[in-house]
Design a protein around this ligand. Structure first.
Ligand SMILES: NC(=O)c1ccc[n+]([C@@H]2O[C@H](COP(=O)([O-])OP(=O)(O)OC[C@H]3O[C@@H](n4cnc5c(N)ncnc54)[C@H](OP(=O)(O)O)[C@@H]3O)[C@@H](O)[C@H]2O)c1
Length: 321
């Protein structure tokens, strides 16, 4: 799609900055939404539109006449209160949709999360049809935003939703840095029970581009990677780089116990200790495995093994930590 124009919200984030780099490499014209305070890094060549998801005029000029709108901007409970999560992820998505409708923008590719789907039990693998009852404000907000996008797609417009699993790659101080510390740091002796699907950031970027080009209007696509227990993931990281794998599995009961404590502290003190409540604590100890078969068959999506993503990610981790 060389010569086409894309608008990217969340362009200054972990995933969005990688998407912008790739779009520029592939010859797209790229417009990025940036808040005045955002760190735009060294993304040269992006046409920045400065404002936020609640600045209607900026949003309209961002999406005006573009071929594809990649809506990635969002917040999670790691960096925002439940109220802000709902406002940014739901109302912000509504504003992007309104701007697209108003300016007749091309296809909307919305980035949700695999968390709105869940395996029926601990031995199964979830696909797009396994719609879950949301746990916590983040999943709830993404599920609501998905409905808005689905309604937009049904109303003779053009939109697809992608559901990345846990994204691994340079620049992510949250999940990636924590997982690497479990595989590399002798001072980090514990790993979590349960398991997850780990997908490299470059694979998710491929999936976003494939969804823009080959996705079917109104459809949802899980963009996952390898399904690994934490134990497997941590051992593979350690083996690949001669690190010190975390050897002690945190007992599930300890994590389950932490949920009510955080919940009680939050309600009594009015302070959010960490993004934990009882239900999230239960979820943290399960195997949350996902199938990317639909994306593979319909979009040509492929993911690479964890080891392929380690060199650049470990280089980043070592330079930053
Ligand atoms: N990382 C994962 O493992 C993962 C997994 C599944 C789904 N996702 C989804 O993928 C998307 C990108 O995630 P990420 O990991 O790249 O997150 P990130 O690094 O935290 O980036 C979030 C982006 O959203 C922007 N943003 C937040 N609030 C905004 C507002 N009010 N107005 C305008 N922009 C705003 C941020 O701008 P600033 O730079 O100014 O903060 C940043 O550019 C999110 O929707 C996330 O829910 C992520």
């Amino acid at each position: 799609m060389t010569g086409h124009t894309a608008a990217v919200t969340g362009a200054t984030g972990f995933l969005g900055s990688r998407l912008c780099e790739r779009l520029l490499e592939d010859g797209w014209n790229v417009r990025g939404l940036s808040r005045p305070t955002s760190d735009r890094g060294d993304l040269e060549g992006v046409d920045w539109h400065v404002g936020d998801l609640f600045d209607d005029e900026t949003l309209r000029s961002l999406v005006d006449g573009v071929d594809v709108v990649f809506h990635l901007a969002g917040v999670s409970l790691w960096n925002a209160s439940p109220e802000t999560v709902e406002r940014v992820n739901v109302d912000g998505t509504r504003n992007v949709i309104e701007a697209c409708r108003d300016r007749g923008a091309g296809r909307l590719v919305f980035t949700s999360t695999a968390g709105t789907r869940r395996p029926p039990d601990d031995v199964m693998v979830a696909d797009e049809t396994d719609v879950a009852t949301p746990v916590g404000a983040y999943q709830r907000s993404k599920a609501q935003a998905e409905q808005l996008v689905d309604q937009y797609a049904e109303a003779d417009c053009d939109a697809v939703t992608v559901h990345p699993t846990s994204i691994f790659g340079p620049g992510d101080e949250a999940f990636t840095a924590q997982l690497l510390s479990m595989g590399l740091e002798p001072t980090m002796p514990a790993y979590l029970p349960g398991g997850l699907s780990i997908v490299g950031v470059s694979d998710v970027v491929d999936g976003l581009l494939a969804a823009a080009e080959h996705g079917t209007n109104g459809e949802h696509y899980i963009l996952g990677g390898e399904n690994l227990t934490y134990n497997q993931a941590v051992s593979r990281i350690a083996n690949a780089v001669d690190g010190s794998p975390a050897r002690i599995r945190v007992p599930a009961t300890a994590i389950h116990a932490a949920g009510p404590v955080a919940e009680a502290a939050s309600s009594v003190a009015g302070v959010r200790m960490f993004p934990f409540d009882r239900q999230m604590a239960q979820l943290a100890t399960q195997r949350l495995f996902y199938s990317s078969r639909k994306a593979s068959e319909e979009l040509g999506y492929e993911y690479q093994p964890l080891e392929d993503h380690l060199p650049e990610t470990i280089d980043w981790y070592r330079s930053e930590h």
